[in-house]
Write a new protein. Structure first.
Length: 119
């Protein structure tokens, strides 16, 4: 269990010094992969990460930044395969791994639009 999940379980009973040291893995990934990008946003108190990648007609995070997020969040090979195989006709897809849930869609014009949440 990650420190973030321990923090979520214990909540207010954790001392303030420890609380400040524990950071959501989504916040950590944002700071490492696309700290200043408006196309990667964290919400819901660190429980949600919203990613918009670049497409042919839309700006967004780069493919290498998207890969960085997948690496930082230890996305499984099976989920990566599902993301890579998504076509515009597939609509919104979703998958779970190790404490995370992701849903995403893809279109060549707008790229990958993904929401990752802590379970």
């Amino acid at each position: 269990m990650t420190m973030w999940l321990v923090y979520q379980k214990l909540g207010p009973s954790i001392p303030d010094a420890l609380r400040a040291a524990v950071e959501s893995p989504l916040v950590t990934a944002k700071s490492k992969c696309a700290s200043s990008s408006p196309y990667a946003t964290v919400g819901d108190g660190g429980k949600t990460l919203i990613l918009k990648s670049e497409g042919e007609e839309q700006s967004g995070i780069t493919f290498s930044q998207l890969e960085c997020f997948l690496d930082e969040l230890e996305v499984t090979d099976a989920v990566r395969s599902e993301i890579g195989a998504t076509r515009a006709l597939d609509g919104r897809r979703s998958a779970d791994w190790d404490g995370f849930r992701a849903s995403w869609s893809y279109h060549p014009d707008s790229g990958v639009n993904m929401t990752i949440t802590l379970k």
